[in-house]
Design a protein around this ligand. Structure first.
Ligand code: HEC
Length: 167
C-alpha cells in the first residue's frame, strides 16, 4: 500500500513539473510573438497580428471621450491584454504592454494613432517605452524614442509615464 502511495506521488510530481514547463513554454512563446521595437513590425502587429480593435478599453474609459491637447479633440483608449491585466491589478506596466490611443478631430473622424509599447531595455531613461505616431490606416509618421512624446509624458514618469489613471 505504501509503495502505491509513493508511486502515486511520484507520478503526481512528474505531472505537475511537466505542466509547469508547458506553462513556461507558453509564456516564452507569447513573448516571442511580441514584435521588436521597430515601426514596421510593431504596426504590423497591432494592425494584423493582434489587431488593437480586438483589445479591451482602458478601465473606466470605454468609447469615445474628450481628449486633451496635443492629442485629438476626442480620443479612444485601448490596451492589449498584458497592459489591461497589469492596470486592473494596479501593477507596474510590464514588458509587452501596449496602450493605444486613437485621436479624432472635432468631426469625430479618426486622424491619428499614437500607441506606446513597453520593451524591456529599449530606452531605460525614457521608461523603456517605444512610441509611434501613424495615420488612421497605420502609415508611420514617427516612431521610436520620439522626443515630443517622451518630454511631455515625463511629467508622469512616476506613474509608468502614463497619464490616465485607471478608474
Ligand atoms: C504636450 C504633451 C504630450 C505630448 C507631446 C504627447 N502626449 Fe500622449 N498624452 C498626453 C496627455 C495629457 C495624455 C492624457 C490625456 C488624454 O488622453 O488626452 C496623454 C495620453 C497618451 C496615451 C494614453 C495613455 C496615457 O498616458 O494616459 C498614449 C498612448 C499617448 N499619450 C501616446 C503618445 C505618443 C505616442 C506621443 C508622441 C507621438 C504623445 N503621446 C505625445 C500628453 C502628451
Amino acid at each position: 500500500m505504501r509503495k502505491m502511495v509513493v508511486i502515486f506521488s511520484v507520478v503526481l510530481m512528474v505531472l505537475s513539473a511537466s505542466m509547469l514547463i508547458a506553462g513556461d513554454e507558453k509564456k516564452i512563446h507569447m513573448n516571442k510573438c511580441l514584435p521588436p521595437a521597430e515601426g514596421k513590425p510593431f504596426i504590423e502587429y497591432i494592425m494584423n497580428v493582434s489587431p488593437y480593435h480586438g483589445w479591451g478599453d482602458w478601465p473606466g474609459h470605454a468609447g469615445m471621450k474628450e481628449g486633451k491637447s496635443p492629442h485629438g479633440k476626442y480620443i479612444k483608449l485601448l490596451a492589449n491584454p498584458i497592459a489591461l491585466k497589469a492596470v486592473r491589478e494596479g501593477k507596474e506596466m510590464p514588458h509587452g504592454a501596449i496602450i493605444m490611443k486613437e485621436n479624432y478631430n472635432e468631426k469625430k473622424e479618426l486622424v491619428a494613432l499614437t500607441p506606446m509599447y513597453r520593451v524591456k531595455g529599449y530606452n531605460p531613461e525614457g521608461g523603456d517605452w517605444f512610441w509611434a505616431k501613424t495615420g488612421p490606416d497605420g502609415k508611420i509618421m514617427a516612431e521610436g524614442k520620439i522626443k515630443g512624446c517622451i518630454d511631455c509624458h515625463a511629467r508622469v514618469k512616476k506613474k509608468d509615464w502614463v497619464f490616465h489613471p485607471p478608474k
